[in-house]
Design a protein around this ligand. Sequence first.
Ligand code: F6P
Length: 324
Amino acid sequence: MKRIAVFTSGGDAPGMNACIRAVVRGAVYHGLEVFGIRRGYSGMINGDIFQMSSHSVSNIVQRGGTILKSARSKEFMTPEGRAKAFEQLKKFEIEGLVAIGGNGTFTGATLFYDEYGIPTVGAPGTIDNDLYGTDYTIGFDTAVNTALEAIDKIRDTADSHDRIFFIEVMGRDSGYIAIQSGIAGGAEMVMVPEVLTPISEVVEALKSGWSRQKSSSIVVIAEGEEAGIATEIAEKIRQQVESNIDMRVTTLGHIQRGGIPTAYDRILASRLGLGALEGLMNGEKNVMAGIVNNELVYTPFRDTIRLPKPINEDLLRMVKILSV
Ligand code: F6P
């Protein structure tokens, strides 16, 4: 293999730049020519492809976002879109790909390999940490710390005003950000999509805190929670508690997707970027590089896509115990 390309796709995540840097510098080190593709599969279809050098990735290890930009391409999910993408890769003589993204990205790569035989190795880039095959995904640690900083600030004002706050964090189908930021922020309750939490249980917990003169309570809710988004949950609870209890809702939203990556994310992204590149060079295909128990492993895309990544329910039990 002489020429490879790297791209980022799906929702961006802090640390993606550190990952791109590792792929590019690793390729230069191993004597490969390396190209960047802008805006994921959209850029592949449109030929937005350019040669990169060691210099192209100077000064980016500390930057949030992705210098290659990102997109979710509907066109690539069509046979016509993939045919156009293949023509572009042929034009640039690209023989292998490193894809930094999540399940949507890996689904596209699998279809592409089946049709055109271009091998892809993935690196898990998503703040949601919802990918089977790695303990942590790139961007998750930074997102948790961003959410935590907000929770700490909200705690100050919640405490001053004796209020209950419902804080919605990201996680489309996953409660990882909610659990970790909730534990670290001393939340009274955490609600996640993986585990059913009856509203009555939340009401009981809040009432019990209130009766014990707790001056503030925080409920951290993952956006994918079954019972609804934070405003809906707060409304249901408002109807079941005394009217003198003051409540507010805060949705943290996309601030969790940006910002300077933590040291943990930069190191993880560097290991996964280099791991993905070297896997591709050694003949791996349709696999995602991951770190499990501090070891680099490769997991087939079909498993990262199909298999759920269970949360540790014991951590939810701990939230309850630690908020008595
Ligand atoms: O997949 C990461 C994620 O941040 C989810 O937590 C969230 O639901 C989604 O992306 C938001 O996507 P968009 O940026 O398209 O609004």
